[in-house]
Design a protein around this ligand. Structure first.
Ligand code: ADP
Ligand code: MG
Length: 441
């Protein structure tokens, strides 16, 4: 049997220097700088960000880099080092006038890039869904830029390469436009919002803000407790290494497409459940510190309202499953955050909650595929304390909490299980909670 394949730790400075050279070859001048933003893992709170729930993401050490130089003709040019990658269709050099960027106007991967420029203007003008008051984001009238991007984040693996791309572009454009290299937290919040606008309106993926917040606002060594009602964050300095544990990701390499409507349909089903309950969002159904009993009470109320004749546009059984996922998921986030706030976290309890989260994603949210379920089962039977799908599902990755000394053995066991099932060969990564996006060169 083949040995497990590991994704090498990224040498970010070396990649940035190489990208700088590539930029010069492509554009005939040196870039002004290189900016990086990481992808993320998420320990709990899948499919609840758009409902105002709590998520527990951390930025990992794999980043996307953007080399950039300004232009004064209102034109945005971009190229990607991944243009030959099977996951980046149409990798030719891309170009648009910034004033021409609009929903429906920018197809393919360039939407993630151009959308950010559009999103920054929108946020600066107070036109975004969650208005934030940061006017520095507005791009100068003649503002333009040449960009070259390179990703060390596996693309389409559920580890948020799309957010890493958006956020590195956002940091680059912000610096070129304002001359500021170190955005403060309110500015980072506004940049994250710009990236969400890009993904929602220009790319057309109705994601809720988890990924972009993690990419722009994480600190090294910490898990974010992200309250998606107001995008306030608390920081949980819980380090599993102190207990001899680490985070292992398995990229199943099963095909993964978020923009194909599955994510949006889950979101619509959650919104339908909120409508039955007569609430703006599903988070409003639960008290400040929700318990499993509170989650059960909401389901009972939903059943009662429907039996009493409340209207539901979606299929009843399906909507109830989505509601149950949302409620139990929001409670699990609170439970894990509580555990991580303790001086000595009970990691086996955390692991147990991760497994419950996976089961809810499989049975109630219904977004897993056989590769994801097999990866979780493989990790658990080889000694992981817990494992779950990370991100939107339908392919992508699993994250597992694993004793340091059994990482290799665990990877070999999962690899063997994939071979026996005839799945594509998985990739393995150890993930460390890492710093947010920043300037590299
Ligand atoms: P994930 O965010 O989990 O990696 P998504 O489907 O949300 O998966 O985003 C993947 C998409 O993001 C790619 O199909 C491509 O359009 C875009 N993308 C990400 N990184 C790059 C890159 N380095 N170059 C070009 N496009 C990229
Ligand atoms: Mg994504």
């Amino acid at each position: 049997f083949a040995r497990p394949r590991w994704v090498a730790q990224p040498d970010v400075r070396e990649r940035a220097q190489r990208l700088s050279q590539k930029f010069e070859e492509a554009y005939g001048r040196a870039p002004v700088g290189v900016w990086a933003a990481p992808g993320r893992a998420n320990l709990m709170g899948e499919y609840v960000d758009f409902s105002g729930g709590m998520c527990l993401p951390f930025a990992h050490q794999y980043v996307t880099l953007t080399a950039a130089a300004p232009r004064e003709d209102g034109v945005l040019n971009a190229q990607s080092m991944q243009d030959a990658d099977e996951s980046v269709a149409d990798g030719r050099p891309q170009s648009t006038r910034i004033e021409d960027i609009a929903p429906g106007a920018i197809p393919g991967w360039f939407g993630y890039v151009a959308g950010v420029a559009w999103g920054m203007n929108r946020v600066a003008r107070g036109e975004s869904a969650h208005p934030v008051a940061v006017t520095e984001l507005e791009l100068a009238a003649d503002f333009g830029a040449d960009l070259m991007v390179d990703s060390t984040v596996p693309i389409g693996a559920g580890l948020a390469s799309s957010a890493a791309l958006e956020c590195s572009v956002a940091l680059a454009l912000f610096s070129l436009n304002t001359g500021q290299d170190h955005p403060d937290d309110p500015q980072r919040r506004a940049l994250a919002r710009s990236c969400i606008e890009a993904e929602n309106h220009i790319v057309g993926a109705n994601t809720g803000g988890l990924d972009q917040t993690a990419s722009l606002r994480s600190h090294a060594g910490e898990i974010l407790a992200l309250d998606c009602r107001d995008f306030d964050v608390a920081r949980l300095p819980a380090d599993p290494a102190l207990a001899g544990l680490t985070w292992l990701a398995v990229d199943t390499r099963a095909p993964h497409k978020l923009a194909d409507g599955q994510y949006s349909s889950r979101r619509a089903e959650c919104e339908a459940a909120a409508a039955v309950l007569g609430l703006p969002t599903l988070r409003d159904a639960l008290p400040e510190a929700p318990t499993p009993d509170d989650a059960a009470a909401v389901l009972a109320r939903f059943d009662h309202l429907l039996d009493a004749g409340a209207e539901l546009t979606e299929d009843r059984a399906k909507t109830r499953l989505r509601l149950r996922h949302s409620m139990t998921e929001m409670v699990r986030s609170v439970q894990i955050a509580h555990e991580m706030r303790s001086d000595v976290p009970d990691w086996s309890r955390v692991g147990h909650l991760l497994v419950e989260g996976h089961e809810s994603m499989r049975d109630d949210c219904q977004v897993t595929v056989p590769e994801l379920d097999a990866a979780v089962d493989g990790c658990l039977s080889a000694g992981a304390l817990g494992a779950k799908v990370v991100g939107g599902g339908f392919g992508g990755s699993v994250i597992a909490l694993v004793p340091l000394e059994s990482v290799e053995r665990l990877a070999a066991a999962v690899q063997l299980c994939f071979t026996r099932n005839g799945f594509r060969e998985p990739l393995f990564l150890t993930l460390q909670p890492s710093e947010a996006g920043r300037r590299i060169l």
